[in-house]
Design a protein around this ligand. Sequence first.
Ligand code: SAM
Ligand code: SF4
Length: 266
Amino acid sequence: MKDRFNRNITYLRISVTDRCNLRCTYCMPENGVECLTHSDLLTFEEIADFTKCAVSLGINKVRLTGGEPLVRKGITDLVRMIWNIEGVKDLSMTTNAVLLKQFAAQLKEAGLKRLNISLDTVDRDKFIQISRRDLLPDVLEGIDEAINCGFDKIKLNCVVEKNRNEPNALAVAEYAGSKELDVRFIRTMNLDTGEFWVVDGGIGGDCSICNRIRLSAKGDVLPCLFSDIGFSVREFGACEAIKMAVESKPQKGTLSRSHEFYNVGG
Ligand code: SAM
Ligand code: SF4
């Protein structure tokens, strides 16, 4: 699927929930948000049907995200349903790892290949400041369990204010080295004002080579994180919504007043 700027769209990111068990200051307000009702949320069948359509149009790489994907009930079943779709060559998840100790083995068995784990600090007090929850021990146990399960690749995502030389980031880099994990540093972005940067250690944020579309938790196909354009799967049908999104994918992101990281997944 080529867009108007000759970018080949092969990568789908699916936000499976807008709920989360953390409250990261850069992502969610302290008191949480008004969550989608059960009927607003796409069902697993709708997500799987959507993915089949997406694959028939050229998508071959899928990432599950959120909110926190592991708080969606039955998430392992969804992983299995997506991995069983012929044409899905890569299946990964972005998670905060709070529940990973419990889920890692099941996810691996269901077909998940790779994990991106968010870790901004390895200091317990700083973790509480950033995420407003005292759950760093669970996260670190989750990471160890994931390593034991033998995923193809585990990467750490570390959100930084400006760059990798900040104390939290340096400590995360050292921790990553000790576990032989890759780490990417993501400078804090602002959807409202359109401030975004290329990810240090990754390719996210470089519009000229962006190959992504997103499916939001309530079923809008979004061609760009930094744009308000979206097409409802329930209104237009999956294939039509995907085609409309790809045709209207902007050359460059600007800003978005209607998206939040917790409902489109970053
Ligand atoms: N809850 C999961 C997690 O945190 O990994 C998945 C969803 S989260 C929205 C996906 C990614 O977006 C995380 O790596 C998170 O750090 C990043 N993120 C959230 N808000 C951000 C912001 N304002 N700027 C940059 N990255 C952000
Ligand atoms: Fe939750 Fe992830 Fe947002 Fe943190 S970044 S509040 S873990 S969705």
